[in-house]
Design a protein around this ligand. Structure first.
Ligand SMILES: [Zn+2]
Length: 291
């Protein structure tokens, strides 16, 4: 049986991001494990949703367990850090936050989980942290550091962007036991489409998302090679159900915003993309290896 380990920062990153991919492989018999960096403690939630929960972290853990069931995950594990919020917030300087944790400590906790689960494939955040969240970037760096500490593989993606039409990643070293590594990628074309469309709905593309901290215009300029294309149409419903489990993190209400988000995400259903990172090589071979 193959195993894949998905290393992302918050309860909801698994569903809003590569949810279709996870559901697809889980349905094909892969043991899909989610290693979640934090419990999403600094997300803003409506007070009424906290009824019955001691705090935001507990509520969001329950939401994640609901999503894991919808996606068919084999297990949910926590790295044990605290959500760092965005740069400049009090959460960001909290001593137990993922952002403040020494990189090698985070990498070691990831290695411990790798030793336990022995994954064939690892998925984690790209170097931009998807939309720049400090926890996403930290987990990206810690996962690369884990490859270096455990298998002696150094992966440098700092210059990996679309300005190089044929981007290359600098990889030194290889190891037969090292799992294939992928970054889930949200299609840039779709983000550019969103940037053009949002003003028509009275929305500012530089203040996207529940916490208005996502700058879509900036993200549109961060291109990654989309090397693996997966047809996830059959799992769109599972992804929608899993996303709905994260009740506290739904997009803000209001007609314009809702309509926009619906159009935007409907376009995103059915196909999910990944960047192949390690090993470098034929992406077709790698999608076989992915499962
Ligand atoms: Zn996140």
């Amino acid at each position: 049986m193959k195993t894949s380990l998905v290393i992302l920062a918050h309860p909801d990153d698994e569903s809003f991001g590569p949810g279709g991919t996870l559901a697809k492989y889980a349905s094909e018999g892969v043991a899909v494990h989610y290693l979640c960096g934090t419990r999403g403690e600094s997300g803003t939630v409506d007070a009424e949703l906290l009824n019955g929960y001691a705090n935001t972290g507990e509520l969001r853990t329950a939401e994640l367990m609901c999503a894991a069931k919808e996606l068919g995950l084999a297990g949910v594990h926590f790295l044990g850090y605290r959500d760092s919020g965005m740069v400049g917030s009090a959460d960001n300087v909290h001593a137990e936050s993922l952002f403040q944790a020494p990189l090698d400590d985070v990498a070691q906790r990831i290695i411990d989980k790798i030793d336990e689960l022995k994954p064939n494939v690892i998925l984690t955040h790209d170097q931009f942290g998807g939309y720049g969240h400090p926890d996403h970037i930290k987990l990206h760096l810690a996962t690369l550091r884990a490859y270096e500490l455990k298998w002696g593989i150094r992966i440098d993606v700092t210059n990996w962007a679309s300005i190089h039409r044929h981007p290359s990643i600098a990889i030194t070293g290889s190891h037969p036991d090292a799992p294939a590594l992928f970054f889930p990628v949200f299609p840039r074309g779709l983000i550019k489409f969103g940037v053009r469309l949002m003003p028509l709905f009275g929305q500012d593309p530089s203040k996207f998302g529940r916490n208005k901290d996502i700058d879509l215009a900036k993200i549109a300029s961060w291109e990654l090679p989309m090397t693996v294309k997966l047809n996830t149409k059959a799992f769109a419903e599972a992804k929608i159900r899993a996303s709905a489990c994260h009740r506290s993190q739904q997009p803000p209400s209001g007609r314009g915003a809702n309509l926009f988000v619906r159009i935007f995400f409907r376009r995103a259903q059915g196909t999910e993309w990944h960047s192949q990172v390690y090993p470098a090589g034929d992406p077709k071979q790698l999608s076989d290896r992915l499962m």
